[in-house]
Design a protein around this ligand. Structure first.
Ligand code: NAD
Length: 357
């Protein structure tokens, strides 16, 4: 198969981790008879420096014209004082909206080899952590009107949270369909005791439930969900939630599995062209020091092969290579523990590459 992948290296550790993932993709292409070509895209701080814009239309066009997009991370202190509408993160929001990727899927799965890295007590971890958060990605408060005004000498800031039932229904369907492929349990998370948008969310989810009788639907308030993720994560199979709640809960879920550097994500819409990225940011504190963990990006590339290119055995090969790397006792600094062998970003990528069969 021939595939063109738009590659956004971005800022901070972005280039280091994406380069490792590309080496792995090239090896997979060679072993399994595919051809991957790459189109470089500037987004984030580096695009602000070059064009004065975190994602010019020409760069977005390269992404929508590709078969899928692989992203490292964007942002950093250098661009902290850039005005709100030109910040690196705006490029990311524009990319998600421009690609129409409304569903962000983040697995929260503990690798058996890293069980000790979880901050949770052993007896909680032993019950297993293996769930997916399906987060609505292009609606809600992040995309509502934002304004700060002066009212009689008092600064007043407003952010609007709006969802219509169609937006809720399409992400709800992804939640139900994801649950159908797993253990058939879907937990819908909202704040219906306070928010109108959440009451509509709950109503739509229950309406949809009639169409998916094989899936057991439950409701949970977001504050309770935040507690349950650390108290008893084994209860979850698939969680579906709106944009901001999903943003916060998925970071929490990533921490209980060990390191933020290990977790991939996929964002999909109505077509097979998806956006694949690790869940962490640009980690400016370790950028350029060969300390970054590239595994989240490498596993994001595997997700791309599985979900956008229908290459399941190739994705399995990458995941197995990562597992073998961990089995052999190699660890980057973020997940280092006693008795293990510490490696840098390059070395980690090289060992995983050698493990690909
Ligand atoms: P971060 O995820 O970049 O870093 C948080 C901590 O985790 C840091 O100590 C960092 O060193 C560590 N870390 C993150 N990824 C790692 C990896 N792969 N290997 C080893 N350690 C890793 O979050 P932050 O510090 O809050 O944000 C830094 C910048 O990234 C900000 O400008 C923020 O806006 C941006 N950001 C971008 C994205 C994105 O591009 N999708 C997401 C989140 C934050």
């Amino acid at each position: 198969m021939n595939k063109n992948i738009a590659v956004i290296r971005g800022d901070g550790i972005g280039p280091e981790i994406v380069n490792q993932a590309i080496k792995i993709l090239d090896k997979v292409a060679e072993l399994y008879g595919h051809s991957f070509s790459y189109t470089d895209v500037d987004m984030g701080g580096c695009a602000i420096d070059k064009y004065g814009d975190p994602l010019p239309q020409s760069e977005l066009d390269k992404c929508t014209g590709a078969d899928s997009v692989l992203l490292g991370a964007v942002g950093g202190p250098k661009w902290n004082d850039v005005p709100g509408d030109r910040r690196p993160e705006k490029g990311l929001l524009r990319l998600r909206a421009g690609m129409g990727v409304y569903s962000n899927n983040r697995p929260a799965k503990i690798w058996a080899q890293l069980a000790d890295a979880s901050p949770l007590r052993k007896e909680i971890v032993e019950k297993g952590i293996d769930f997916i958060i399906v987060r609505e990605l292009i609606g809600g408060i992040y995309f509502g009107e934002h304004k700060t005004e002066d009212k009689d000498g008092l600064a007043v800031a407003t952010d609007i949270l709006k969802y219509d039932e169609k937006e809720i229904e399409r992400i709800g369907r992804i939640g139900f369909e994801t649950a159908q492929k797993r253990n058939k349990k879907l937990c819908s998370v909202e704040k219906s005791n306070v928010l109108d948008s959440s009451r509509l969310w709950k109503k739509v989810m229950h309406r949809l439930a009639d169409e998916y009788p094989d899936v057991e639907l439950s409701d949970m308030l977001v504050d309770n969900c935040a507690m349950q993720i650390v108290k008893n994560p084994a209860q979850f199979d698939v969680v579906v939630t709106e944009n901001m709640f999903g943003d916060i809960l998925s970071d929490e879920a990533s921490m209980i599995t060990g390191s933020i550097g290990m977790i991939p994500s996929s964002s999909l819409g109505a077509t097979s062209c998806g956006l694949y990225e690790p869940i962490h940011g640009s980690a400016p504190d370790i950028a350029g020091k060969d300390l970054a963990n590239p595994v989240g990006t490498i596993l994001s590339a595997a997700m791309m092969l599985r979900f956008s290119f229908d290459m399941a055995k190739e994705a399995d090969a990458i995941e197995k290579a990562v597992s073998d790397y961990l089995d052999a006792g190699y660890r980057t600094a973020d997940i280092m523990s006693e008795g293990m062998k510490q490696v840098g970003c390059e070395e980690c990528g090289r060992i995983i590459l050698e493990n690909i069969k």
